[in-house]
Design a protein around this ligand. Structure first.
Ligand code: HPA
Length: 250
């Protein structure tokens, strides 16, 4: 069935439902038919049961699988550190990105030149729905540039000083999802959950426990915001995401 919405969940983010396996050219993916408020959505846990580190996630398999399963819109949930003093527990919607990854396959087109346009890397319709959902839940959405690092190590203070010239939040999972979705002509936007001040900007060392605990605190709110966003999404896609391949190849 086409026209579905998929949610890609990050650290500790989950939706209840029934799993099925999908075979893709890039490996098997566990997809879940899940409930979000009154709607059925598709859900994929990005890190899977064995919690793959961000640089080993097969992003192509995930995007391919949700597209195969009938999704044409994707909402990604990503945890981030803030380089601009957003409090932990606040939500951030990327408008654009910069990336410092190294080892990730970032295209489905290995054999021919396809250059998708990224003038608006994140779907404006899905972004608007997320922003509306946050406001209706009583929160002001922060927006700006997402910086993606390779990880798995956290950043050094000097890296954060450099990257804070480029963007407001830093994470390890937002890229290449955003461009792979565009190559499949899917609408894609991200709901980032700020779990910590970026390295060097908080008090002392940063631990994964801090990230996980703060994520878990925001879990219910994130589910509520997503449920509201799904309700706010217009039935029809009016954005250019659905035509991303027009004029992208020779
Ligand atoms: N850096 C990179 N990725 C992250 C962070 C961070 O501070 N917090 C959550 N994901």
């Amino acid at each position: 069935m086409s026209g579905q919405i998929a949610v890609i969940g990050g650290v500790s983010f989950d939706l209840p439902g029934e799993d099925f396996e999908l075979e893709t050219p890039f490996g098997q993916v566990m997809v879940r038919r899940a409930r979000l408020g009154s709607r059925e959505v598709l859900f994929v846990s990005r890190h899977g049961q064995n919690h793959l580190p961000p640089h080993r996630v097969e992003y192509r398999a995930i995007l391919w699988a949700v597209s195969q399963a009938g999704a044409d819109r994707v909402i990604s949930v990503n945890t981030v550190g803030s380089m601009a003093h957003h409090p932990p527990g606040s939500f951030f919607i990327p408008l654009d990105f910069v990336e410092f990854t190294r080892s990730r396959k970032n295209t489905f087109y290995e054999d021919r030149a396809v250059h998708v346009d990224l003038s608006q890397p994140y779907c404006p319709q899905v972004r608007l729905a997320l922003a509306g959902a946050l406001r209706s839940a009583g929160m002001e959405p922060f927006e700006g540039v997402y910086v993606c690092t390779e990880g798995p190590h956290l950043e050094s203070p000097a890296q954060i000083r450099m990257m804070s010239q480029f963007g407001e939040v830093v994470g390890m999972t937002g890229y290449p999802e955003v461009v792979l979705a565009r190559e499949l002509e899917l609408c894609y936007a991200s709901l980032c959950i700020v779990t910590n001040p970026a390295c060097g900007l908080g008090q002392g060392a940063l631990s994964l426990a801090e990230v996980v605990i703060n994520m878990q605190r925001s879990l219910e709110m994130a589910r509520d915001v997503l449920a509201r966003a799904v309700e706010l999404l217009p039935k029809e896609r009016h954005c250019d995401c659905r035509k991303a391949l027009e004029g992208a190849g020779l």
